[in-house]
Design a protein around this ligand. Structure first.
Ligand SMILES: NC(=O)c1ccc[n+]([C@@H]2O[C@H](COP(=O)([O-])OP(=O)(O)OC[C@H]3O[C@@H](n4cnc5c(N)ncnc54)[C@H](OP(=O)(O)O)[C@@H]3O)[C@@H](O)[C@H]2O)c1
Length: 265
């Protein structure tokens, strides 16, 4: 008789905090989690979009969504967000560290303030939120941190240099946390979407880049399937898995000109 495979499924419950919930992937993560029965804390800068999502979530799924508009590149605003969550007595059971952006161009010509904000959002805010919410999850022996990295984190990316480096950071950081949290009841997952149909491309300053795109639904489905099997990392989509694997093992001199081509458009 075939041996029964162990059930690693993760029980989604409690409250999820989703950053970058005003559009794209974050919006779909929030919708998925509310449908699964979680209450939400929605974070991004655009308050109107968050409020509209919160009303929709209540109507469609009967779940409460608290809107906390925050510029996550602002250290004081981040601290105020974390204090507000504590003051409201909310325990965060699922943290989706999703907010992020990229900047297209040769590094020497990039606007200095913008690249500092990019690192602050993609790396510093993600790290600070994880540090704030992880101890409570470990204490309760339940929780999940879902960090949105990218296939851009598998190789250096000329003309998207800072972005690629921030996503390599997210992959490395998340995988170390995955290891540190073994046996605590907490899961940490690094999610690597490839090109996905959101506002992200337009926000990099290159709307025509990478025209073959996956849907946000596909990325969200890949994420929760991976969380259920207790994966260390998930690359969304078979073609992205193949290119990421090749990019990670091939010599940089071979990969760099190809990666540079990806950013054209
Ligand atoms: N789309 C892709 O091809 C792709 C591929 C790989 C990885 N990713 C990653 O996936 C994640 C989600 O991106 P997306 O594709 O859904 O793009 P998106 O539609 O542009 O969403 C980005 C989100 O981040 C929020 N955000 C930006 N700056 C912020 C700030 N200073 N403070 C707080 N929130 C901020 C935005 O909200 P506000 O503007 O309202 O603040 C928005 O909700 C990002 O980490 C991105 O790097 C995307």
């Amino acid at each position: 008789m075939a041996e029964k495979r162990p059930d690693h499924s993760f029980s989604l419950q409690g409250t999820a905090l989703v950053t970058g919930a005003s559009s794209g992937l974050g919006r779909h993560y929030a919708e998925f989690l509310a449908r699964a029965g979680l209450d939400l804390i929605l974070v991004a800068r655009r308050a109107d979009e968050l409020k509209e999502l919160a009303e929709g979530v209540l109507q469609r799924h009967g779940r409460a969504a608290t809107v906390l508009p925050t510029d996550l590149t602002d250290r004081a605003a981040r601290r105020a967000l974390m204090a507000e969550v504590t003051d409201r007595g909310v325990q965060v059971d699922v943290l989706v560290n999703n907010a992020g952006f990229g900047t297209k161009g040769n590094f020497a010509e990039l606007e200095p303030d913008r690249i500092i904000r990019e690192i602050e959002l993609n790396c510093v805010a993600l790290t600070e939120l994880a540090r704030h919410f992880l101890p409570g999850m470990i204490e309760r022996r339940h929780g999940a941190i879902i960090n949105i990295a990218s296939t851009a984190g598998f190789q250096p990316w000329p003309t998207m240099s800072v972005y690629g480096a921030t996503k390599a950071y997210v992959r490395s950081f998340s995988q170390a946390l995955w290891s540190e949290t073994r046996g605590t009841g907490v899961r940490v997952l690094s999610v690597c979407p490839g090109a996905t149909d959101t506002e992200w491309m337009a926000n990099t300053g290159s709307p025509g880049m990478l025209p073959r795109r996956r849907t946000t639904e596909q990325v969200v489905q890949s994420t929760f399937r991976a969380l259920n099997r207790d994966a260390l990392e998930v690359v969304d989509g078979p073609l992205n898995r193949l290119t990421s694997f090749v990019a990670a093992v091939a010599p940089a001199r071979v990969v760099l000109p190809i990666a540079r081509q990806w950013a054209k458009g």
